[in-house]
Design a protein around this ligand. Sequence first.
Ligand SMILES: Nc1nc2c(ncn2[C@@H]2O[C@H](COP(=O)(O)OP(=O)(O)OP(=O)(O)O)[C@@H](O)[C@H]2O)c(=O)[nH]1
Length: 292
Amino acid sequence: MEELDLTTREGRFRHFGSVDPIEGMKPVEKEMMVDLQSSKKDFLFEVDSVGINNLSYPVVIGDFQSVGTFELATSLRKNEKGINMSRILESLETENNAGVPLEFETLQRVLEILRARMHQEEAEMTADGKWYFSKPSPHTQLSGMAHADVKYSMRISESGVERKQLGMTAMVTTLCPCSKEISEYSAHNQRGYVKVLLDIDPEAELPEDHKEQLYEVLEINASSQLYPILKRTDEKMVTERAYENPRFVEDLIRLIAYDLVELDWVKGFELECRNEESIHQHDAFSRMSYQK
Ligand SMILES: Nc1nc2c(ncn2[C@@H]2O[C@H](COP(=O)(O)OP(=O)(O)OP(=O)(O)O)[C@@H](O)[C@H]2O)c(=O)[nH]1
C-alpha cells in the first residue's frame, strides 16, 4: 500500500479517499464547449419569465444595510432554447456597492443592463427586504430601531417600464369595537399586519419619502401603533389611544384605502389586513383591490 504523508493536506485527502481527476473526453476550453442555451430552433412556445429566484443578496434600504431576497428574469423567444443565467448575477453586481440600493432607479439600471446582455425583449426583478428605521416613542420621544418589510418590483421592455410596484407590510395594534361595546370593562386587542402592493404610475414623480408616506398611511389608521421603546407614560398613551380608536379589520382596510386613493403616484393597489386574534386560535382578515 502507498505510503501517505499525513502531515500534508494532499496526503490527508488521499488517506480519506480523494483520487486524481480522470482524463476526460470533453473540452475544458470555453470556446470548445457547446453553448446549449444559445441553440436555435422551434421550441414551441415563448416563455414569459425565466431566471433565478430565492437569491439572498446584500441591499441598502434607506439608511441601513439589510438582506434582500431577489427574483430576476427575462422573457425568452420561441426559437431560443435558454438564457445565459450567469449574466443575471453579473448584471446585479454592476450596482453592488456594499449592497445594492433597493430603490427604483437602481433596479431599472440593472434591468436595462440585463435586458441588453441577454438580448431579450423584457426583463424583470422583484426584491424583498427588511427596512430598518429609527422611530421615537409617542410621549418620551426615545428612539429605537423599528422595521417594516418592503418589496420593489419592476418589469421593463423595449418601450419602457411595464410594471412598477411597491409593497409593504407593517405591524399595528387593533382593538375590537365589538368587544369594547359589549364589555363592562376592557376590550381585546391584538397585533395586526397590514400588507399592501401598490401599482405605481411610471410617469409620476415618486416622492423621496415614499416609504415613510406609505408606512404612515398603514399605521396611522389602526387603533394604535407599535414602538421599540416604551416608558410608562408612553405605554399609558398607546393603551388609551387604542381604546379611543377601536377598529375591525373592515374599518382598517377602508380607512387605509381612502388614504391610498389620495396618493397621486398610486395607480391602484392590493391591500390585506390580518389580526392575530387574542381571543381565538385563528386570525381575522380583510382584503381588497382597487384601480383608480
Ligand atoms: N438556461 C439555464 N441555465 C441554467 C439552468 N440551471 C442552471 N443553469 C446555469 O447555467 C449557467 C451556465 O452559464 P451561462 O451563463 O450559460 O455561461 P456562459 O455561456 O459561459 O456565459 P456567457 O459567456 O455569458 O454566454 C450557470 O450559471 C448555471 O446557473 C437552467 O435550468 N436553465
